[in-house]
Design a protein around this ligand. Sequence first.
Ligand SMILES: CCCCCCCCCCCCCC(=O)SCCNC(=O)CCNC(=O)[C@H](O)C(C)(C)COP(=O)(O)OP(=O)(O)OC[C@H]1O[C@@H](n2cnc3c(N)ncnc32)[C@H](O)[C@@H]1OP(=O)(O)O
Length: 218
Amino acid sequence: MTVNTQPATERPDPRAFGLPVVEQAEIPSELRSLVARVHDLIDAVANTEVDGDTLAEAAATVEGLTDRLNVARRQIGTMVLRELPGGDTEYGTITNVVSGDTNPAAPPLFLDATEEGVRGEVTLNTVYQGPPGLVHGGWIAAMLDQAVGSASSLATSPGLTARLEVDYRRPTPLFTPLEVVARVTGTERRKVYVTGEIRVNGEVTAEATALMVRVEVP
Ligand SMILES: CCCCCCCCCCCCCC(=O)SCCNC(=O)CCNC(=O)[C@H](O)C(C)(C)COP(=O)(O)OP(=O)(O)OC[C@H]1O[C@@H](n2cnc3c(N)ncnc32)[C@H](O)[C@@H]1OP(=O)(O)O
């Protein structure tokens, strides 16, 4: 089943929910650079074996930086307006743990609209490790949740995940390009049925079926 994407102009504006919106182009390049450096820092901290003096010095430096950054914080729930290839647009939470532009803990997984639904590629490091060398099952579910939510939001309007079932078919490896896809298979009133897959070299390692319930604009 192919579900046509609902025009962006017909989707709810987050400002109607009292949420601030930042356009993607307004995110300063210095912030993007900081996010990328801290993303690498998380990986370095998770894996370092340097001596205690170096660790103590690093902790003091990071604490000082944290204090400096915390003097001006965004409102919780700030949204980012993204331009997708093909001219469509999408709102996302700016600190979303899977795909947030300003979240150094996010892989990040960016999903583009396709004719079928959504598709994205991502390669994960040891920060997302569960079993040795493999992606944690919770992160697999998180990426699939994001993909089904995004496919549902683009095809209809934003919603919350009511049900998500994941089948883990094969181990999902770290340091290997992962393809993440999702598509809407049906709708019924506010209910949107969606499926998603993670593939490695074309082979499905995990698949999800989900029910999204569209939120009502106040
Ligand atoms: C503008 C903002 C932009 C945002 C962009 C976001 C981008 C997307 C990216 C996000 C990606 C990340 C995504 C995330 O991380 S979403 C975060 C994780 N999810 C949640 O926190 C959701 C928590 N649950 C709820 O809030 C409510 O239960 C919801 C809102 C889901 C429904 O409560 P609501 O009071 O509104 O509706 P209703 O109870 O009248 O139910 C309506 C219909 O649904 C049926 N039903 C309900 N539950 C289930 C169930 N479990 N199995 C089967 N069916 C179920 C129900 O029978 C009824 O059917 P029918 O009687 O019509 O036949």
